[in-house]
Write a protein that binds this ligand. Structure first.
Ligand code: MN
Ligand code: MN
Length: 467
């Protein structure tokens, strides 16, 4: 047998001093099956959580099954109690009271459950060219051309004049009709093809094709009338009721595996359910944690985190201050000692668009979750920039739990930028850092993630809650 060659001094020094990104295949060889199994639950969740309303409802059902009860401001609490606070059916706070003094701080994770889509306008229905359409106003950052010529489903709620609430869901069952945004045929697309991609489809062209049969041949606007008749039969609504509705057109259909090895998932709304789901499974897996833990799934991140259900809402601090008051603690101390992971997706390096990324500082799929010290844009503007001390603390937590992670930023400097809820939590005097799953084609109607990264997000959340 030839003797194994000794490593050269240079090689040894390299191993000691240089950082080398490792994939899940190098670090966690025995977890392939666990990753695939975990992804099955995630796909089910995704199919039932396309909008913030759907996700909140689904998460509450999961939490109730694990003994969580609805939190009411001012109520008594004790160690081991598990609560959910439902903010208007669109955002959710899950928390477990720890054994430790609340003033030691809360371990908080915050993801969002709203995703880019097309919302119906208040007066959406019109008729043109022998077709009925519904006008939309896009929600969040979309590439408008991607939303044409794909099947769309309608999710949401209509509140009738007398206050009756009707849940709307059309387009998800195999037998359901879907909606569709028309595009111009390439044969007549010369003018469109000459336009910059960003204006090839305009916002006012994102109209949902919704019908083509008139009520009768005499009545004017008969196709529109027929559409409203069908909606009236199904939901008891009339045209004016659109004005008190929230109806969202989202890509129809279910999450699908991608690749012959089934290593990836294509679905609508990975951003940010791919972090929200691990938060939920993470907190639901705990019995009686030492620390008080809180899992936030927020709304309105895609439009700036405003409003009562966005991360800027005072509901967040109200819950903390209410808990502190009930337990006779100082809420300022509670916040100052709390720690947060802002759980939101990262841009996965894409070799098809390599020019937009700086490889050394980009997230690769199957290399675990991405830790982003800062997000924002330009000269690090509009971001929470986590401190070296806090990043070191999070590193230690992840490493001790064998979580596969990598550091990343959002593409090349000055290529663009983006934000998360991190800055709205850290401004409350809470150390916060962004951690999330790398996503391919973020904000496209169907995005792609790797199952291994998803699984590591779950491991990370559990490690963080129990550190
Ligand atoms: Mn996001
Ligand atoms: Mn987003």
């Amino acid at each position: 047998m030839p003797k194994k060659k000794e490593k050269s001094q240079g090689e040894q020094l390299k191993e000691k001093l240089l950082y080398k990104k490792k994939s899940v295949f190098e670090k966690c060889e025995d977890e392939r099956q666990a990753e695939l199994d975990y992804a099955e639950g995630y796909k089910k969740f995704l199919n039932n959580a396309k909008t913030e309303r759907d996700a909140t409802k689904t998460a509450i059902a999961m939490a109730k099954e694990k003994g969580f009860t609805e939190y009411k401001f001012g109520q008594k609490v004790k160690a081991g109690d598990k609560f959910y606070y439902n903010n208007r059916g669109k955002s959710l706070y899950l928390f477990i009271i720890g054994k430790e003094n609340l003033e030691a701080g809360i371990a908080i994770t915050a993801a969002h459950i709203d995703s880019p889509r097309l919302d119906l306008k208040a007066n959406p229905v019109y008729e043109a060219g022998g077709m009925a359409f519904m006008k939309t106003h896009y929600y969040g950052g979309i590439k408008k051309y991607q939303w044409t010529a794909i099947p769309l489903a309608l999710h949401g709620k209509v509140v009738l004049a007398d206050g009756t609430e009707k849940d709307v869901l059309i387009g998800e069952d195999e037998g359901d009709p879907v909606f569709y945004v028309n595009d111009i045929l390439p044969h007549l697309g010369r003018d469109q093809a000459a336009k910059p991609l960003g204006s090839a489809i305009e916002g006012e062209q994102l109209n949902l094709l919704s019908g083509s049969i008139p009520f009768d041949k005499e009545t004017s606007e008969g196709i529109k009338l027929n559409l409203l008749r069908l909606l009236n039969e199904k939901y008891g609504m009339t045209e004016v009721d659109f004005q008190s509705s929230e109806l969202c057109a989202v890509p129809a259909g279910k999450a699908r595996d991608v690749g012959l090895d089934r290593s990836m998932i294509m679905a609508y709304g990975h951003d940010d359910k791919v972090c929200a789901y691990p938060e939920i499974t993470g907190i639901l897996s705990l019995e009686a944690p030492e620390k008080t833990v809180m899992s936030i799934i927020a709304d309105k991140e895609e439009t700036g985190s405003d409003g009562a259900t966005g991360m800027k809402t005072s509901a967040f601090c109200d819950i903390i201050s209410d808990l502190a008051k009930t337990l006779g603690k100082n809420e300022r101390k509670v916040r100052a000692n709390s720690l947060c992971i802002s759980a939101d997706v990262a841009a996965a390096y894409d070799p098809n668009f390599a020019y937009a990324y700086e490889l050394n500082n980009s997230a690769l799929i199957n290399c675990g979750i991405a830790l982003c010290k800062y997000t924002g844009g330009g000269g690090k503007s509009s971001t929470n920039d986590a401190s070296a001390e806090y990043v070191a603390r999070i590193r230690r937590i992840f490493d001790s739990a064998n979580v596969v992670w990598q550091s990343a930023e959002l593409g090349k400097v000055d290529q663009g930028g983006g934000g998360t809820v991190a800055k709205f939590i850290s401004e409350k005097n809470i150390d916060t850092v962004d951690v999330g799953v790398p996503v391919i084609s973020m904000h496209a109607p169907y995005e792609v993630i790797a199952k291994a990264d998803l699984y590591n997000m779950h491991k990370a959340v559990v490690a963080f809650y129990t550190a």
